[in-house]
Write a protein that binds this ligand. Structure first.
Ligand SMILES: [Mn+2]
Length: 410
């Protein structure tokens, strides 16, 4: 029986604005802004080079539900290129790019098949004029779908292969918002040949037989999405499936933690960074968030006095203009401060009073509200997770403690 060759990708998030990185030198920011488009180009090139039968795009093709004309034209261009090479494209839309009105009005070449709405429907793929695979899927029409869609995925044809496209996540039973939740066993029971998943940005094989796969996104979006990003090239036959991960990101996001327990000078820290950062310099364009762990009093002092940021500015400037650039986005201390806050907190003095006044996580919202409502500022701000709020509170406490207890000792 004929083999199927295809590309499985998801979460392309084309045209993501990369909020929070606007403070980069403009040439770098431009490259970052272009990265999702560049990754799309690489995706197309990969499909062409591998002579695949089709490309599956499983939701969140665009970052937003209303796309710029530029993003739409880029996507159409990609589809046209694939069409020129006789490669079909099957697209479902997800929670980020749920279908509104604009896109569907564009005239796509006949090789492009968009799942039109939230009903599970299917397309039959032909190879050499023979029906070979049925591809099932649905598109989000709203920013969220809470319904389990698996009961609606059922074999409707007698083609040799059946493939499900599903943008959603494994049911958690936490009462949390899971989108299009499913149970792994439910998918297995459908007796499909491949489950092409999307929504989770971290690449993972949920199951090997049948393959149930998240390819992850094709380009990282923030420091939380580290490592290589790309798509799967799949060779599917009735008895064997081969999955090859192909990285296509153009910019990487990385976190680097450095043990600084034995370091006491700026020069030594710079040396340690220089040495450890080497591994990233061969990996193409890379943004790095640095964390210093096991820091001592000297390093705490350098940090709070802004000396480490000065050092980073120097390293970054030195690296600018180098072909394969990396850019250190920030440097922070990792872990708790050197002062035992609990001792202070229970005391009977000014500092204890301040620590006891520290707001709870919820209080952060109240304090920050004016900033998030500010017409200029809000354009650049994204909402904070509880973890980020806790970190902010901790950092504020640490600064206060440093200023009130340490500063005069230095
Ligand atoms: Mn996504």
């Amino acid at each position: 029986m004929k083999k199927l060759r295809f590309i499985h990708c998801a979460d392309l998030h084309i045209d993501i604005p990369f909020k929070g990185l606007e403070n980069l030198p403009s040439s770098l920011f431009k490259e970052v802004k272009q990265s999702t488009f560049k990754a799309l180009e690489r995706l197309v090139q990969t499909a062409i080079n591998k002579h695949v039968d089709f490309v599956l795009m499983v939701g969140d093709v665009f970052d937003q539900s209303t796309q710029s004309v530029y993003a739409q034209m880029q996507f159409l261009h990609a589809c046209n290129q694939l069409s020129d090479h006789n490669i079909s494209v099957y697209v479902s839309f997800g929670n980020h790019d749920y279908l509104q009105r604009d896109l569907i009005k564009m005239d796509f070449p006949p090789n492009v098949h968009l799942f039109p709405d939230e009903h599970v429907t299917h397309f039959v793929h032909k190879k050499n004029n023979k029906d070979i695979a049925t591809i099932y899927g649905f598109s989000y029409m709203n920013p969220a779908v809470y319904e389990n869609k698996t009961p609606l995925f059922n074999k409707k044809t007698t083609t040799p292969y059946h493939i499900g496209m599903l943008h959603g996540s494994v049911e958690q039973n936490t009462g949390h918002d899971t989108y299009a939740p499913f149970k792994i066993q439910e998918l297995v029971n459908k007796d499909f040949d491949y489950w092409a998943l999307g929504h989770i940005h971290k690449r993972q094989h949920v199951k090997e037989f049948p393959p149930i796969v998240y390819p992850g996104n094709i380009q990282g979006r923030s420091k939380k999405e580290t490592g290589e990003k790309g798509c799967y090239y799949v060779e599917l036959s009735k008895h064997h499936t081969e999955l090859t991960f192909i990285p296509i990101q153009t910019v990487r996001f990385e976190q680097l933690t450095i043990d600084v327990s034995t370091l006491t000078t700026i020069q030594a820290i710079e040396g340690a960074i220089d040495q450890q950062i080497q591994e990233f310099t061969t990996q193409g364009k890379c943004f790095i968030w640095i964390y210093l762990e096991h820091f001592n009093q000297e390093i705490e002092h350098f940090y709070y006095e802004g000396m480490l940021t000065d050092m980073i500015d120097f390293i970054n400037e030195k690296m600018m203009g180098v072909n394969h650039w990396f850019w250190i986005q920030s440097i922070d201390l990792k872990g708790h401060g050197l002062i035992d806050k609990e001792i202070y907190r229970n005391g009977d003095h000014f500092l204890a009073e301040i620590l006891r006044l520290s707001p709870e996580t919820d209080g952060v919202d109240t304090v920050l509200k004016p900033l998030w409502k500010h017409p200029q500022a809000r354009k650049f701000l994204t909402s904070l997770t509880n973890e980020e709020k806790d970190n902010m509170l901790e950092e504020a406490e640490n600064i206060l403690l440093y200023q009130l207890t340490r500063k005069h000792n230095q």
